[in-house]
Design a protein around this ligand. Sequence first.
Ligand code: ABU
Length: 497
Amino acid sequence: IHSPPQKPAFFESLPVREHHEDFIRQCVDVLVKEAVFEGTNRNNRVLNWKDPEELKRLMDFGLRRAPESHEQLLKILKDVVGYSVKTGHPYFVNQLFSAVDPYGLVAQWATDALNPSVYTYEVSPVFVLMEEVVLKEMRQIVGFEGGKGDGIFCPGGSLANGYAISCARYRFLPDVKAKGLHALPRLVLFTSEDAHYSIKKLSSFLGIGTDNVYLIRTDSRGRMDVSHLVQEIERSLGEGAAPFMVSATAGTTVIGAFDPITEIADVCEKYKLWLHVDAAWGGGALVSSKHRSLLKGIERADSVTWNPHKLLTAPQQCSTLLLRHEGILAEAHSTNAAYLFQKDKFYDTKYDTGDKHIQCGRRADVLKFWYMWKAKGTSGLEKHINKVFENSKYFTDSIRHREGFEMVIEEPECTNVCFWYVPPSLRGQKESRDYKERLHRVAPKIKERMMKEGCMMVTYQAQKELPNFFRIVFQSSGLEKADMVHFVEEIERLGAD
Ligand code: ABU
């Protein structure tokens, strides 16, 4: 078998280099113009909806033996942009992330241009040191003494929660690292029924089992009921199981509730349980002296998940796990691969941080956040948080007494606002037998209309016995009061019948 003749390496010769340079510049122009600026212009659509079968016809997804020309590749890139949802658009209020931060974007592109893997100092000197600084600063903001402890940037908050479970389990029974599940009694952890699904998912992934995640009731505002937590801990002890961890939530996914961390910390202290706080969503409030009291008691946590890609609008993904226990990530996860973490290197190998994570290759997600932080200062981050809380309050006040709108939670604690929209045809019929069923169908219908028009995106869900309601999320400080009015009027227009 003969190999085909080799083409010159990517940037090996000048003509090839010029050829690619020109192509890269054209692509960047397309991205800057169409994805960034036009994609976030209020006069343009958030999305250009196509059914899956139609999109398969419209876009050239196929892979072929023959290469495509640059001309064709540029067209394909334009299609990718054209048919993608513009999550940086001001009217994308669908998810717990949105907006385009210019500094974050540039740094994200720099990360991709440099293509590092943050596991050793020799490969990622800048990013290893940058992580050290950012994680320490974040721990300080959380309130860990002197910013001491451990931490890691993870691919998403779910994985950060998984790391927390793994560290808590290791701390409870270090034998688990070598002996695995055989070394363990039946472990039980506790979280609220409104907590993020990753707690169950990662408990299953780690061999703890979803049945051993005891769900604690929430009160009418979506906060963990601490007396029920105590009952459930006692129940697990009565069953001969081994409770080892509580995962509190600071900013629940749907309602935006903050669990009472101080009271939960007291319970954890009494029963000697690891306290994790999933502040993936609400963590951003910590940078605001006005709003950080929402997370009172977080400084007593053993571990904290905090995603700067959420309330602080760093580009996806930017998730951290912060721990008060120095060195615990490496203790729980290291395996000393000789081909990466040689101890006889010529520099201080404590900067080879990669053995503490369960990934091998790992993106430098730190850069975008650090660069944004540099550009705005901590005061700029605080201003951003205050503005999004103001926006959320303004929106809430606009709909609270408006005909056709009904709040799910009267006073939302975070910047996700949950509400029902009752269209004119359903008003005044609360007592009718099928009212709930009909109301349940309203949000999906309005969502369908807004997606098909591409005018805005806001999500909906049912929760427990409640029929479908909208959840609008504010985390872009680029939004103004006029945008809040626009959202209200758009929902009225889309649900006018
Ligand atoms: N962790 C993210 C939850 C998904 C969302 O509602 O945006």
